[in-house]
Design a protein around this ligand. Structure first.
Ligand SMILES: Nc1ncnc2c1ncn2[C@@H]1O[C@H](COP(=O)(O)OP(=O)(O)OP(=O)(O)O)[C@@H](O)[C@H]1O
Ligand SMILES: [Mg+2]
Length: 252
């Protein structure tokens, strides 16, 4: 099982036949290898989020097909794919519950994913396991697990959201501008965490970003979208040869 994603001539039209119809995704074909880390760039409204929604199943396509790990998932509801797919959004507040402690947020995540690596029932054991996991981040948050999530900074929350979301069976990580709301230092922590988790767990990873520096520094492949289509697809070999300035010229 390598959790490759194969997208074949996918289209998504919102409000079909109405004056306000939009061809958000307009014939995208794309093969992503298991464990590959793809960065998607493109201007506002170019269909990046819709493409992620199609992969996660929160939006179903108008036509075309999607295969994940060899299984056709084109019409499979999102809750039937969610055990493999972790998503992190732009808003640090959207992934976790503010009023609950870090520990309780992990408890919820563990229940949701039925994490096999965690012993949810036994309090002290669970606590130690959560502390161990959080320590990986290097943010010293393992000392604060009784603290409400809402007392943390956006960057700390986003890093924890990432960690929670890749627990257990998750094989695909979809990141939609995960650092857009963060200061540069927090953004770097979150990006490094995503990169580490992606590598450690061999996750098939897609990062949507408007930050060309991140697009340059992370991932093995860059795709540019425009008007619902793929305009450029720079593979691993060519991405290595890219200079940061080339990126600005192409995508800036
Ligand atoms: N649920 C929806 N109903 C109607 N139109 C939608 C819906 N979702 C997206 N669209 C439209 O589809 C197009 C693509 O939107 P999408 O959110 O995928 O763009 P994006 O590349 O993620 O942009 P951004 O960089 O601003 O996040 C836009 O014109 C948008 O208005
Ligand atoms: Mg978007």
């Amino acid at each position: 099982m390598d959790f490759a994603i194969t997208i074949n001539n996918i289209h998504k039209t919102f409000n079909p036949g109405k004056p306000n119809h939009v061809n958000a995704v307009n014939g995208v074909s794309l093969s992503i290898k298991g464990g590959e880390f793809v960065v998607i760039v493109g201007s506002n409204g170019s269909g990046k989020t819709t493409l992620l929604n199609l992969i996660s199943g929160s939006v179903l396509p108008t036509s075309g097909s999607i295969t994940i790990d060899g299984n056709k998932v084109t019409k499979l509801a999102d809750y039937n794919r969610s055990k493999w797919i972790a998503r992190v959004f732009q808003n640090p507040m959207s992934g976790t519950a503010s009023e609950l402690s870090i520990l309780d947020n992990f408890r919820l995540a563990a229940i949701r994913t039925q994490a096999k690596g965690l012993t949810i029932g036994v309090n002290e054991v669970f606590k130690e396991q959560v502390k161990e996991k959080i320590a990986i981040l290097g943010l010293r948050l393992e000392r604060k697990i009784e603290q409400p999530m809402g007392t943390l900074s956006g960057g700390q929350r986003q890093a924890l959201t990432l960690l929670m979301s890749v627990m257990d069976e998750c094989k695909i990580l979809l990141l939609d501008e995960p650092t857009a709301a963060l200061d540069p230092k927090s953004a770097e922590i979150v990006m490094r965490t995503a990169d580490k988790l992606s590598k450690d767990f061999k996750l098939t990873t897609i990062l949507v970003t408007h930050n060309l520096k991140d697009a340059y520094n992370y991932g093995t492949r860059i795709i540019q979208m425009a008007e619902g289509r793929i305009l450029k697809d720079v593979d691993a070999m060519h991405k290595q040869l890219l200079k940061q300035n080339d990126l600005y010229e192409w995508f800036g």
